[in-house]
Design a binder for this molecule. Sequence first.
Ligand SMILES: Nc1ncnc2c1ncn2[C@@H]1O[C@H](COP(=O)(O)OP(=O)(O)OP(=O)(O)O)[C@@H](O)[C@H]1O
Length: 363
Amino acid sequence: MATTSAPSTAAAATGAPEPVLAVQDLRVWYGTERGPVRAVDGVTFEVRPGETLGLVGESGCGKSTLGRGVLGLTPAGTALDGVVDFKGTNLVGLSPKHLQKLRGPELGLIFQEPMTRLNPLMKISEHFEEALRTHEKGLSRQQRRERALDALRGMGIPPSRYHAYPHEFSGGMRQRIMIALALVLRPAFVVADEPTTALDVLVEAQIIKILADLRKNFDTALVLITHNLGIVAEACDRVAVMYAGHIVEQGDAREVFANPQHPYTRELLRSTISLSTTGLHYIPGSPPDLVRPPTGCRFHPRCPVAMRGCAEHEPPEVVLGSGVRTACWHQALEADPSLGEELGQGGRDALAAVKEISVADEA
Ligand SMILES: Nc1ncnc2c1ncn2[C@@H]1O[C@H](COP(=O)(O)OP(=O)(O)OP(=O)(O)O)[C@@H](O)[C@H]1O
């Protein structure tokens, strides 16, 4: 059973906690000489306390832009539109000063390259002192030290290294220090943008475990941006699959991986290497130019099951019985066959066949 629907507000009905962050129809467009780059173009999702949402998709699909957009951390000249409801406050349109106040104690960001974020001239202790002194004014010096050492210990950094400089640590340790620094303020919502990409697999596993403990212990809501679908399967409750500035499918991670609905999700999963993989699968073509994205479904030029109508009409989002939401005409038509009228005559013909015919005509 499936329905086409507006954004979910079913939290109360299901008894789930209220979302800490509810994003609705968010657009983040970069201004360029060629015109706006529609990096995030009408995205809706929610994250609840203690929940981890994995954000996946090919390079250039808008994952980082979305992560930074919700925190208001986009470069000058970027247009932001829509709603980012954080505990009842819309972050879109909030003054930079107000946003700055929320960042740290309420909203956290973990970056990929810790060396560019840690000041090489400041000891680790000074980084923690500064963060806590700025955001938690009531703490004594001793309390600040205890909080910092606790956070570092949680990341496996011993107190004996508290007064060392960033360059005295390995890359993996620096990354863990960065995470401790983001988490020492116990933010309610954190975006972790590829936090383990530059690290070896053992450190990666350690960090993933730390992030899992964190949400259990502090009820932190986390958006984890990653290329690694294995990490999502292991560490995320839910997953959102992005393609060309849209979320094409989102839902329970296990459900989506076991039973992917959108052709792009299926292709993405097929491209992943596993022990049982005998050959590598590539998705033909590449993600589109986001200044002039394709009409209709943005994935249609690469979609193995595209219909003629997919090239002209944007698919509505469908909520399936499993709670998974997907934006694909195939699912929409299954949910409500009367939607087929919108596709018009011949709208359900396979696009591949149409392309073959037109090539043959030209020959
Ligand atoms: N400052 C900017 N100005 C103009 N275009 C930008 C800017 N930053 C990113 N883009 C474009 O926005 C689109 C989305 O980029 P984004 O970095 O968000 O994708 P991503 O999915 O995070 O990619 P990756 O996985 O490689 O980090 C891309 O087309 C990119 O070229």
